[in-house]
Design a protein around this ligand. Structure first.
Ligand SMILES: Cc1cc2nc3c(=O)[nH]c(=O)nc-3n(C[C@H](O)[C@H](O)[C@H](O)COP(=O)(O)OP(=O)(O)OC[C@H]3O[C@@H](n4cnc5c(N)ncnc54)[C@H](O)[C@@H]3O)c2cc1C
Length: 450
């Protein structure tokens, strides 16, 4: 087989996967429907921030580009909770020295494009919108959105990294026994900006992911290197407190002053941003199989779009690259064997992180301000310190380890049962590190280990 490949979609996962293929000596053609963001800027300069964690770092390390990415990442060792009464409380995400990292999606994408285009065997085609695939050939058809011309390209290998609404996946959806499910949350998100101070400093602690949990909705803010924060409001589309219920400028101000008074002072363009920035929806996509005849493969959001509440969408897509490249190391570039094996092995992890991300929404928007939740976190940290080989909190397993997501999901179910029993120990708030709690833990461990 000739060493040629097509990548559809030059987002985060497509650009990174192009680097992996280039390092293996493939002639790679990458097609992207948007113009080159390095020339025109990222979506008019607006940047979502993403939290990058262990799985993301492992992938960029395997691709040999960790150092470049470290330059654009800001460590966030914990969450800063902005309580309704104005009190602030800091909750560490993991052990001393562990952190998640704030990266600008646009900035990271541009860096990856820059790195990938440094390889002489990678060629980018911008303004090329994929219209679909002729799966058996395999051929792929694009519209050049500048000229309106339709062009078809053939390749022995096609990787679809064209995101949650993948056109390649749409071609697969029409084939027999292809399973597909998409599910929209009732909540939408809107981005707002906290600009830096006049002397370029952050207005809040940059060493944290800031959260204003308010039950059924929340505001979050992640730091940027230029001193600004990117905020995201997650709010139901409809209902008593919703985007629909905020009808005019006075409603916007009243809503923020009531629920996020300390943030209002920091968002000078609140009314303008609220009115002009889009309200975007949040979708989960599960599908199977992710491949066609060992020659076409879905990766990243095209295979497993998830809601953002575990901060894992990009991390999961990057982990796809690590695992696929690792399987090539192990079995050689026998794609006809590796692609189906990868797809069969990895789909359970895509489904598991989708489920964990939905569960974590409740934790973020509501429970982080709940005393029983905080007690659970305290007991979990204590158990981990006392029994490091036997107990790792699920958040740490997902964020700071490379344990397969399907095992983390199983562990989440098991730990939920454990904490149900522990929180029933009499006077557990005072006795949180007592022998009685330890006895419940040991009993749970015994049952699990059979
Ligand atoms: C609000 C929000 C917060 C998030 N926070 C986090 C976080 O903290 N941590 C984390 O890990 N993840 C997070 N994510 C998820 C993360 O953004 C995605 O998982 C990640 O961007 C997926 O990368 P991708 O390359 O698979 O898809 P995308 O980034 O969507 O890239 C797809 C690319 O394909 C192109 N394309 C689409 N259709 C076509 C076509 N027909 N033809 C040609 N090109 C096409 C697109 O223009 C785009 O460039 C968040 C997402 C959202 C919405």
């Amino acid at each position: 087989m000739s060493k040629e490949a097509i990548v559809v979609g030059a987002g985060l996962v497509g650009s990174l996967w192009a680097v992996f293929l280039a390092r293996r000596g493939y002639q790679v053609k990458v097609f992207e429907r948007r113009p080159d963001m390095r020339a025109v800027g990222y979506r008019g300069g607006k940047s979502i921030n993403l939290a990058m964690s262990e799985r993301g770092w492992k992938a960029v390390e395997k691709a040999g580009i960790r150092e470049e990415i470290e330059k654009v990442a800001i460590p966030m060792p914990g969450r800063m909770i902005h309580n309704a009464d104005g009190q602030l409380s800091f909750q560490a995400y993991g052990k001393e020295g562990e952190a998640i990292y704030s990266v600008s999606r646009g900035g990271l994408n541009m860096e990856l494009l820059h790195i990938a285009s440094g390889f002489p065997n990678v060629e980018f085609f911008f303004d090329y919108q994929c219209l679909g695939a002729d799966l058996d050939a395999p051929k792929i058809t694009f519209e050049n959105t500048k000229t309106g011309q339709i062009e078809t390209f053939e390749s022995p290998l096609i990787f679809a990294t064209d995101g949650a609404f993948s056109a390649v996946r749409y071609s697969l959806q029409k084939t027999d026994r292809f399973n597909y499910r998409q599910y929209y949350l009732d909540h939408g998100y809107k981005e707002l900006t906290i600009p830096p101070t006049a002397d370029g400093k952050h207005r809040m602690d940059p060493g944290a992911l800031h959260i204003w949990p308010r039950g059924n909705f929340m505001l979050i803010a992640l730091p940027n290197a230029d001193g600004s924060f990117t905020c995201t409001l997650f709010l139901p589309f409809e209902g008593p407190v919703s985007y629909e219920s905020i009808r005019n400028d006075a409603d916007i101000l009243a809503f923020f002053e009531k629920h996020f008074p300390d943030a209002v002072a920091f968002i000078p363009d609140l009314i303008h941003d609220f009115n002009h920035n889009p309200t975007s929806s949040l979708v989960t996509v599960n599908c199977k199989p992710w491949q066609w005849q060992g020659r076409i493969l879905l990766l990243g959001d095209a295979a497993h779009a998830i809601v953002p509440f575990y901060g894992q969408g990009m991390n999961a897509g990057f982990e796809d690259c690590t695992i696929l490249d690792g399987m090539l190391d192990e079995h050689g570039e026998d794609w006809a064997r590796v692609i189906p094996a990868f797809a069969a092995r990895r789909v359970q992890d895509g489904n598991a992180i989708a489920e964990l991300a939905q569960r974590n929404f409740i934790e973020m928007r509501d429970l982080v301000a709940d005393p029983m939740f905080l007690l659970r976190k305290k007991i979990a940290a204590d158990l981990h310190a006392k029994f490091p080989g036997e107990f790792l909190p699920v958040y740490s397993m997902v964020t700071f380890s490379n344990t397969p997501y399907h095992i983390a999901l199983r562990e989440d179910d098991a730990q939920n049962q454990l904490f149900k029993d522990i929180l029933n120990v009499p006077d557990v708030s005072e006795n949180w590190n007592s022998p009685a709690v330890e006895a419940v833990f040991k009993n749970w461990l015994k049952q699990r280990n059979g």
